[in-house]
Design a protein around this ligand. Structure first.
Ligand code: XUL
Length: 514
């Protein structure tokens, strides 16, 4: 048997996808929802409440508590854990975990009599972890930009970005110098989880490492000068950066209590977006991916290294080698959920009602900044409506409101992905809202591209499992893609709507500038 496990540590949950790489099937899935299953960590939406809307931290102990609970559930459903030939994972990007010099020793001596969340308490040099939704580092970004100017984007793939790990580390070192001094290791969510699995500190992969404003993408090494300016002695606190198919180590003895074989190979984890690129079978250039999760992201494997002149898009490592582009829209599902709640409809009606308004929606659009936005950068949340008087005063039908959010989200993706310079004719779609048929048609019409959905909804978890099969089982990605990522459904663009949306795009671009 050729069985591999992919784990997906996302903003709101930890999921498992177990695949049979020969049969080409997901044979087992499981989920732990942080808000519902671990309410004691006070992160109903994956982060801790904070009076400052720009601050978004989570409790890293919740992530490891989820690991124990997930494995318990997999064991209860008799998942073939002893048969697993390799494990990898996907982590929400940019979030960082701060550990003191007990961490390595504690990991080496994990004992099944206690749970991970209890064992790791003395290892934290900072109780909370800033996550990708945090925007509290604007001052640090300004300082980094002032110091490095255009080189920051040229060499790390992005200008200094609020949610990226380097600016976050700089803020921590400035605000809490004592706690920073006691920090021996700084991990990403991905490398932290992989370290726990392996019972030792393990590297960060190029895919996720590129989201830190610290990795030089020309040399694929930490940038000494940027690291030194970011925070004192930072280089000594970072794990090495390695390619995404590196085997980080063997599974710690601790996990035999769930039925795993100790020493099962664990491949380095990567970020959720790089994993999704693999999970939808798009690691060759030419096909773009839209992932509709907590955030909406638009990404594609890159032909040549290229950066976004507007500074909103990023370059990350492609887990299959080379680079990928990525643009993140923070107000993804949050905006859709807000409109759904305002219209008091079910998701099924949300989908159905969007089709009742015509393409172009009588010119009604909105800038959906329910929370601070990364693309374009908006630090002061606020929704802006544009169109008929009725729509702007909130009096329109639900169908118009719903169509407005979906068309606006499709237009912002089109507008902010132009720098990639490719006219994508095929786009693969994944994530919860990819179920929404009307949204798929709107995306097809706005991009004038065929929108393809694959059968497995958790593309990050599947991508992690495929990466495990590639790294530990040496199965080529192409072989895996043939078996796992064929399009299950596809929506064709309607050429008759191209003009309406080309005009709407101009209006939307103008609105953003106001
Ligand atoms: C990407 C980003 C998000 C997170 C969480 O830059 O911030 O997509 O990875 O999903």
């Amino acid at each position: 048997m050729s069985i591999y496990l992919g784990l997906d540590s996302s903003t709101q949950s930890l999921k498992a996808e177990i695949i049979d790489a020969v049969a080409g099937r997901v044979i087992c899935s499981e989920i732990v929802n942080f808000g519902k299953d671990l309410p004691e960590y006070n992160c109903p939406n994956g982060f801790l409440e904070n009076p400052d809307p720009l601050v978004k931290h989570a409790d890293p102990l919740m992530w490891v508590a989820a690991l124990d609970l997930l494995f318990t559930r997999l064991q209860q459903q008799h998942a073939p854990l002893a048969e697993i030939k390799g494990i990898s994972g996907s982590g929400q990007q940019h979030g960082s975990v701060y550990l003191n010099d007990n961490f390595g020793k504690i990991l080496a001596e994990l004992i099944p009599a206690k749970k991970l969340a209890e064992l790791l308490v003395p290892a934290l040099s900072r109780k909370t972890s800033p996550i990708w939704m945090d925007r509290a580092t604007n001052a640090e970004c300004t300082e980094l930009q002032r110091q490095f100017g255009h080189r920051m984007q040229q060499d790390t793939g992005s200008p200094a970005i609020e949610r990226f790990t380097g600016p976050q580390i700089r803020k921590f070192a400035k605000d809490e110098p004592e706690n920073y001094r006691h920090t021996a290791q700084i991990h990403l969510v991905s490398s932290f989880m992989a370290s726990v699995l392996c019972g030792k500190n393990v590297p960060i992969d190029f895919g996720d490492g590129a989201g830190m404003n610290l990795l030089n993408l020309n040399t694929l090494k930490w940038d000494q000068e940027i690291a030194d300016f970011t925070a004192p002695g930072l280089l000594g606190k970072l794990p090495p950066a390695v390619s995404s198919n590196t085997i980080a180590g063997g599974l710690s003895q601790y996990f035999t209590q769930y039925g795993f074989k100790p020493g099962t190979p664990v491949a380095v984890w990567s970020g959720d977006n790089p994993c999704s690129l693999a999970g939808v079978g798009a690691s060759e250039p030419g096909v773009a991916v839209i992932s509709l999760g907590t955030s909406d992201t638009f990404f594609a494997a890159m032909r040549d290294f290229k950066t976004d002149p507007a500074g909103c898009g990023h370059v990350f490592g492609n887990p299959a080698g080379g680079f990928m582009s990525l643009i993140c829209f923070t107000n993804g599902s949050l905006a859709r959920e807000n409109i759904k709640a305002a219209c008091a409809v079910s998701w099924r009606d949300f989908d159905r009602m969007a089709e009742l308004a015509p393409p172009g929606n009588h010119g009604n659009l909105l800038l959906p900044y329910f929370t601070a936005e990364s693309t374009p950068l908006v630090l002061k949340p606020g929704v802006k409506y544009h169109g008929t008087e009725e729509f702007c005063s909130g009096g329109s039908d639900s169908s118009v409101k719903i169509r407005a959010i979906l068309e606006s989200q499709a237009l912002t993706m089109k507008l902010h992905s132009r720098w990639i310079g490719e006219d994508f004719k095929r786009i693969r779609i994944t994530g919860g809202a990819s179920e929404c048929r009307s949204f798929r048609q709107i995306l097809a019409d706005v991009f004038q591209a065929e929108i393809e959905k694959i059968a497995v909804a958790d593309s990050a978890g599947l991508g992690a499992a495929l990466r495990a099969a590639n790294a530990a089982g040496k199965i080529p990605f192409n072989e895996l893609y043939e078996k796992f990522t064929a399009a299950a459904e596809s929506v064709k663009p309607n050429p008759a709507n191209a003009g309406v949306y080309a005009a709407a795009l101009q209006v939307f671009a103008g609105l953003e500038k106001l």
